[in-house]
Design a protein around this ligand. Sequence first.
Ligand code: G3P
Ligand code: CA
Length: 354
Amino acid sequence: MYQCNLYSNVVSALLLASIAVSSTALAQIDTALGPQLNIGHRGASAYAPEHTFYAYDLAMEMDVDMLECDLFLTKDEVLICIHDSTVDRTSDGSGRVQDFTLDELRALDFGSWFGIEFSSAKIVPFEEQLDCYLDHNPLMRFHVETKDSAQGRAEAVLVEVLARKGLLDTGDIQTSTIVMQSFDASSLERIKQLSELPTAFLFARRTSFELLQWVASGNGPDYIDAFAPNSAAIFNDPTSVQRFHANGHDVHTWTVNERTQMDYLLALGVDAIFTNNPDILRAAIDDKGSGTSPEQRGNPSDFKRGCQGIAGRVVSNKGPGDVWARRDSGRGVVRVEKAAASDLTNYSGPRGGD
Ligand code: G3P
Ligand code: CA
């Protein structure tokens, strides 16, 4: 009982302190820690079926800095991009993702639910997303969310795949080709035990004492690089952005589709926004002049739609896919370039890597 009272008193005190700070500083403007980034949430998913090449192509055309992938493992342990744990909402099939092999998923239509003109849309394996958009643009970056750890298999397979492809060690949270995100802090901790991939911790409401402490102090454990509150959490506590920045943590927020909200969050200094409407966000960031330059983003003005030559080729965690190597772009931005597998130096992460 005493412990329970103590717990609730501490929680109340932290809450009050946090609210007091936020109410006095609504008008305070902060500066992002780097260029403010435009992340295509499930691709340009306002305009095309989410997590398909249609949506990713459109996002690149709308000049995003990063593409998102929500990761699940198939029955045969291939990483694919899909948001829900079932295929019911976004395909003509039904059932749990984990009960389908990749081949079985490839037979489903992932586009007609959004519009009949997208009926040819297929499931996208994560490796094909990487190869396709790095092939179009070696500066493209990917914000990758573990949706289901599958008892740690998802993180292990992810690190194994990225090590094989040379994409584990390409920079920090502001430069890395791959950024890992999760609502599950233990998933990020596992990733950091296996690699040095930068991480972002997703949250909406403050659902634990631990999270309450992290938000109140603006700091968290070493395995978290960026904090990723939803936009409502920032509207309720705008100075949290400054607190995270004061402790060196970038702030990535989601999912923001309206210009006025984008402008407000950009003025607060958030470092990145996930959006279904990358065209609206591109205009907001460009008008503010606080984003990356077109050269830093590197998106081509024209490219072959539909990921021709890459779509459909991955069959397992062994590929086949491309191998990439880190290069200095000469503009202060790390880029990856296609490499021969023999060019890939062995990765040695904090605990022996791959
Ligand atoms: O990853 C950022 C945001 O996408 C989290 O919510 O449900 O869309 O994955 P959700
Ligand atoms: Ca997500």
